[in-house]
Ligand binder design. Structure first.
Ligand SMILES: CC(=O)SCCNC(=O)CCNC(=O)[C@H](O)C(C)(C)COP(=O)(O)OP(=O)(O)OC[C@H]1O[C@@H](n2cnc3c(N)ncnc32)[C@H](O)[C@@H]1OP(=O)(O)O
Ligand SMILES: CC(=O)C(=O)O
Length: 544
């Protein structure tokens, strides 16, 4: 059976950049464009040339792409010709294969935002699209506020689409700009637009996630006949974001009726790199990846409950809708107070620890984990600390060094400019073999910024570990989360630290105490010990 072509239009670099707090540099835009191109989307909307220097620079120096590079802009302003519109000129000057122009389709916006007549707006759409087509560009028309406009005046909204199509637009894209439309209405309106004569294979959908329905709305539009979906990686975008292509792409490739019915530019090999692409974007944005993200989140295939873990070990399809490997993700069977023996055995096996299933110590480990979680620990996100707890119970925890004492002081004092500044100083004494080592560190970094007491402590602890120093030198602390939680009857501080090393390994550890410094120190210590177990194995002898 021949499958129909369904086109993917990515707007991470344009609408994604409209996310509050997101500001891509030109270099970052280039990296993201290359990742999108390798993924296999059909269009990459690179930004709005002329609107800001970054976007102009991106288009000026862009590398060739397989995907159609698309410049975004708006229809010409009323009162001037398309030829004399400087905003439109800058968009065309970018020299892209495709140009996507946004224009109004809701009478209220025409009269209120543009301040012109309905007819003038239709004419602006027509001449702007014709101007791009005459200059050899593939033209797309983003029909802004289409669903609100269609609700208010279907005939006018359709007139706007017809003006664009009549002028040669390859696609007219129905935008749910304010994100308030629900799937049933999207499906009905798309059906009516097609029935009114707009062909489905020239119709796109652009949804925002203000009701949490951007993906569902996009699929409803496809079900009703649209053949282009616009969206962004990780669902970036104005306000609550755009339709999340990181969710839509695997759904189209793996789920019926889409997989059997449509051909998309992304193939199975590229799909297996989806987690990497999603994390790459988070890295660029310096964001912690959303654990619960469908398909690509770290928890998307995490089986916490004992009943789930037990069945997963027999057959993963009991609790997984797809195989995690097809999107490049991994199955995780974490330990927690919801776990049973199955979680435990799976975690130990993943850490390379073989234990007889009848070994009574397994039950003891479960009891310790549940008791410690009652005190405020959380092991489902701190697998490295869980491994150390299990090793301790199994008698497999080497003692690389002993912490004899540590101290942190925080001082407020005036600097040479007479400003009050903070400075923390940490002292850590460890014993390795028979030798005691004392390390001192300050919280000030090389730029003179105070990084706080925990940073000073981490630096002191990682400063001189004698024979182990070279092994821990490549460790870095990549995330630090603090939470006040209930431990037994008292409020305690829980610290979770994510560490990373040069091999790209990432591991999480937890510490709990009434005191944030002690909780942090415990998590730091676990992080170092886990790394030493992996890379050194057994303690190294050291004389006095
Ligand atoms: C729904 C969307 O997300 S569309 C994408 C929106 N993206 C952006 O706005 C980001 C980039 N934008 C910008 O950098 C700037 O807004 C620019 C450079 C495009 C324009 O800047 P300015 O000339 O200072 O205008 P400003 O931003 O204040 O207002 C927008 C103008 O465009 C007009 N306009 C809005 N939409 C359209 C349209 N589709 N066609 C023609 N004119 C339009 C508005 O009426 C307003 O005109 P006015 O200045 O006469 O009131
Ligand atoms: C064009 C666009 O981004 C919107 O209407 O939401």
């Amino acid at each position: 059976m021949t499958r129909e072509r369904l086109y993917l239009f990515d707007t991470t670099l344009r609408d994604g950049q409209q996310t509050q707090g997101v500001q891509f540099s030109t270099a970052e835009k280039r990296v993201i464009a290359a990742a999108l191109d390798a993924l296999g989307v059909d269009y990459i909307e690179g930004g709005w040339p002329g609107a800001n220097p970054t976007d102009s620079e991106f288009f000026a120096g862009r590398a060739p792409t397989r995907a159609a590079m698309t410049a975004f802009g708006m229809t010409k302003r009323v009162g001037r010709s398309a030829e004399n519109d400087d905003v439109l000129a800058a968009v065309l000057d970018a020299g892209t294969e495709a140009v996507c122009l946004v224009g109004k389709t809701h009478g209220f916006h025409v009269t209120t935002a543009l301040g012109c007549t309905l007819e003038e707006n239709v004419e602006a759409i027509r001449v702007s699209v014709a101007h791009c087509v005459a200059r050899g560009r593939e033209a797309l028309f983003d029909a802004e506020h289409f669903f609100d406009g269609y609700r208010a005046d279907p005939a006018y909204a359709l007139d706007c689409l017809r003006a664009a199509l009549g002028a040669g637009a390859r696609w007219v894209v129905l935008c749910d700009t304010n994100g308030g439309t629900l799937p049933a209405e999207v499906g009905r309106v798309v059906g009516e637009v097609i029935a009114a004569g707009v062909p489905g294979d020239r119709l796109g959908i652009h949804c925002h996630d203000d009701t949490g329905n951007a993906v569902a709305n996009s699929l409803a539009a496809v079900d009703a006949g649209c053949r282009q979906i616009q969206g962004t990686l990780n669902g970036l975008g104005e306000r609550c974001g755009n339709a999340n292509l990181t969710t839509i792409i695997p759904t189209l490739l793996l789920k019926e009726p889409y997989a059997g019915r449509f051909e998309v530019g992304v193939n199975r090999e590229a799909l297996a790199g989806l987690v990497r692409v999603s994390r790459q974007l988070d890295d660029i944005l310096n964001r912690v990846p959303l654990r619960s993200a469908p398909y690509v989140g770290a928890s998307a295939f995490a089986h916490k409950a004992g009943l789930h873990a037990s069945a997963i070990l027999k057959d993963p399809s009991t609790y997984e809708h797809v195989d995690p490997a097809v999107v490049g993700n991994e199955r995780v069977i974490p330990m927690s107070n919801q776990a049973g023996q199955s979680n435990l055995r799976a975690r130990l096996a993943a850490a390379g620890i073989e234990v007889d299933p009848k070994d009574a110590r397994l039950g003891r480990i479960l009891e310790v984990v549940k008791a410690r979680e009652d005190q405020g620990y959380a092991y489902d996100g701190a697998q490295a600390s869980f491994e150390l707890v299990a090793r301790a119970e199994l008698g497999l925890l080497p003692e690389f060094f002993e912490v004899k004492r540590y101290r942190v002081t925080v001082e407020r004092r005036k600097n040479k400019y007479n400003d009050m500044v903070s400075l923390s100083e940490a002292v850590v004494v460890v014993k390795i073999g028979e030798r005691k080592m004392l390390s001192v560190s300050e919280s000030m970094d090389e730029t003179g910024t105070d990084r706080g007491p925990v940073n000073a402590l981490a630096k002191a602890l990682g400063k001189d570990l004698g024979p182990y120093q070279a092994v821990i030198d490549d460790m870095k602390l990549v995330d630090f989360k603090v939470r006040i939680t209930q431990g037994g009857t008292e409020a305690v501080t829980r610290v979770i630290i994510d560490s990373e090393d040069a091999r790209g390994r990432r591991w999480s550890t937890v510490g709990v105490s009434a005191n944030i410094v002690d909780a942090s120190f415990e998590a730091l210590l676990d992080a170092i010990n886990w790394k030493l177990i992996r890379d050194v194995g057994q303690p190294v002898g050291l004389g006095a």
